[in-house]
Design a binder for this molecule. Structure first.
Ligand code: NAP
Length: 278
């Protein structure tokens, strides 16, 4: 019988996923007898598949659209997954199907790499968007001690829902509040889909933000969104969605293969080449 440990990404669709390239790089680099595959499963197929992960040959999985809510409901979530309200990483722990949300450490890990010590000089942040990515970003900011997180969203009620979820540190806001909120801002995160190839533009004036403002974007297609291009032009530190994607993958790999891998420049370039080519 094979001793190969295998993990997978489960989504519908999933064949566009870059996770096999990413985890495959670490498997090879660490000489692990392991595999990482794509499993496309419909919402109807997902519950039976995921609750029999071991029977299907897997020690764990990444979960992508549209299964993150179902994965949370079908597993034992940790505090992060429960608070964020979505599970993107599953692992088997003595037969128990457990889950977490690694987008939190993905986003925060990318920021730490781009601007070490950012949280020591940042009392408040501006977050654009109030969907799944935003919930992970807001949770991560509050966990790191950011006192006030202004959540700006097109649908105001969703920003209000984040205050109900995370408490009074969250200040819901309208797009029309942005000029006021960006005046002197030290931390700005885009967690909307605006700026992504094929989506709408994110036109934001960074003229009034602080000179040491850090700007992060969850989007990785393109690698340099217009927001990040404007931030670089202004001389600000930035992190992009690929940095986030790579950092969020570390914990899953460690849980499945018992090795904590590094996010290296070589790995970044490998994925960046793939993204740019397609
Ligand atoms: P989501 O739950 O669907 O949320 C989308 C957000 O974008 C909502 O706040 C939505 O506002 C806003 N939005 C969409 N179109 C808009 C428009 N035309 N004008 C203003 N606001 C608009 O999506 P998500 O899962 O949070 O993902 C958001 C982005 O993060 C995506 O680009 C995704 O690829 C990226 N992401 C990256 C990573 C990574 O590892 N790098 C991980 C997760 C997500 P409304 O509430 O008003 O609709």
């Amino acid at each position: 019988m094979s001793n190969t440990r295998a993990a997978c990404v489960i989504g519908w669709p999933a064949k566009q996923s870059r996770s096999p390239k990413l985890h495959g790089y670490w498997i090879k680099r660490h000489g692990i007898d392991g595999d990482y595959r794509i499993e496309e499963r419909s919402p109807e197929e997902f519950p039976a598949f995921v609750t029999n992960l071991a029977g299907n040959g897997y020690v764990g999985a990444n979960i992508t659209m549209p299964h993150k809510d179902a994965a949370l409901a079908l597993s034992e979530p940790d505090a992060r997954a429960r608070s964020v309200g979505a599970a993107n990483t599953l692992w088997l722990d003595n037969g128990r199907l457990r889950s977490t949300n690694t987008d939190v450490e993905g986003f925060i890990g990318a920021l730490d790499a781009a601007a070490p010590g950012w949280h020591e000089r940042t009392e408040s942040a501006v977050v654009l968007g109030a969907g799944g990515a935003s919930r992970a970003v807001v949770y991560g900011f509050i966990e790191r001690g950011v006192k006030t997180v202004h959540v700006v969203n097109r649908t105001f009620e969703k920003a209000v829902a984040l205050r109900e979820r995370f408490g009074p540190s969250v200040q819901p806001a309208h797009w029309s509040d942005l000029p006021r909120l960006l005046d002197g801002a030290k931390l700005l995160a885009n967690a909307t889909s605006l700026g992504m190839t094929g989506q709408g533009d994110l036109a934001i004036d960074l003229g009034a933000v602080a000179d040491d403002c850090v700007v992060a974007d969850a989007i990785y297609v393109p690698l340099k969104t217009p927001l990040l291009a404007a931030a670089e032009k202004r001389g600000l530190k930035t992190s992009n969605g690929l940095d986030m994607l790579l950092h969020q993958a570390v914990r899953g790999f460690e849980l499945w293969f018992n090795v904590r891998p590094q996010v290296t420049r070589e790995l970044y370039n490998l994925l960046a080449t793939d993204i740019t080519r397609t």
